[in-house]
Design a protein around this ligand. Sequence first.
Ligand code: FES
Ligand SMILES: [Fe+2]
Length: 406
Amino acid sequence: MRRYWQPIALSEELPQGGAPLRVNVLGEELVLFRDDNGQPGLLGLHCSHRGTDLSYGRIENGGLRCIYHGWLYDVCGRVIEQPGEPGGGANRDQIRHRAHPCRESGGVILTYMGPGEPPLLPDYEFLSVPEEQRAVTKILYNCNYLQGNEGNIDPVHLSFLHQFLADAPMPLRRVVPGTDTTDNTLLGKDIAPAIEVELTDFGLRICSLRASAEDKTYLRVTNFVMPNLAAFGGSTVGEGYSVHWHVPIDDTSHWKYVFMFSREKALPLELVNKSRAELGADFRLTRSGVNRYQQDRESMKTKTFTGMGYNFQAHDAFATESQGAIQDRTSEHLVSSDKAIIAARKLLLNAINDVKHGRDPQHVVRDPAANRFSHLQVFSEIIDASIDWKQHTRERIATIERVRNR
Ligand code: FES
Ligand SMILES: [Fe+2]
């Protein structure tokens, strides 16, 4: 995890002149602040002097000042003032407070917490589209990040967990472009898709195929991106896609950063609002284990498969949090439809092994020429059952790449 850039906050949480933010990420207690030049800085939470919490500090004079004895830190962790010492602190240059480099892109602040020179920030389309064409938020999940992300690369659950029943309001059901059928209907029609997984430079491309009519196939393409992201259809599929980026707070909780973008046009406000459905100002879902996700058994008869409303995020929170804080994999029984999860776990184990042997793990990008991910694409559509869908997928991705690079 530390070999990759990771989002640590939404830009909106850290307005210019705003309060520093206490941030817990990858098991570290940190403080994120924006200095008076607008530069974000991420420092160890406890002052290098005698440990006071820097998130209560003052933003001034080019840094963050501890309010116990006034030590002032810049974004690199240098102590630039020790005002209580005679002569301003003769030895302050010898102290280097814990600091991690930050970047701001796509409405989030990201950091690199690993050793050595940070790699390139991958040039993902969802980070670089104009602001009005994307939406981003985050959601607290009370479980390990991995089971959260495994839910994204599990095509079968769409035919169960997220299914709306006959009485669900129509606007919640998305019509698949080029058809008069909703994806909900197609996903419910063939509940046992064929799944194929292809290795890519960034991770995995996952294709699922469902029979939609006698001579038609419903093809969906999603992606696992090393080490803790997934790109999938969502509400903008066709002109963009959605991304879930699962960033560990510690072993038993994580922030799920939710991105959605269109490469063509500004996102309608209604979509932006939808991405924050049932989400409090503290980025916690109103449905949680404490209130049994407000499951309503009456609505299970006619409205939704789960009885937990229409918000996918709440369904996913239920499914992954209820696996346990860290799912016990020694007692699971993987089946053929867990193919993508098995493949992703292998990539993660390979990556762990690479790090152990001093190598960069997969998808650490250092070569600017390799920092292009226009082949990271998502789509879902109906195709003729007789065509070579692998060839079709390659051509589709090439077409989207051409549009993107226009
Ligand atoms: S504890 Fe922070 S300046 Fe003394
Ligand atoms: Fe889901």
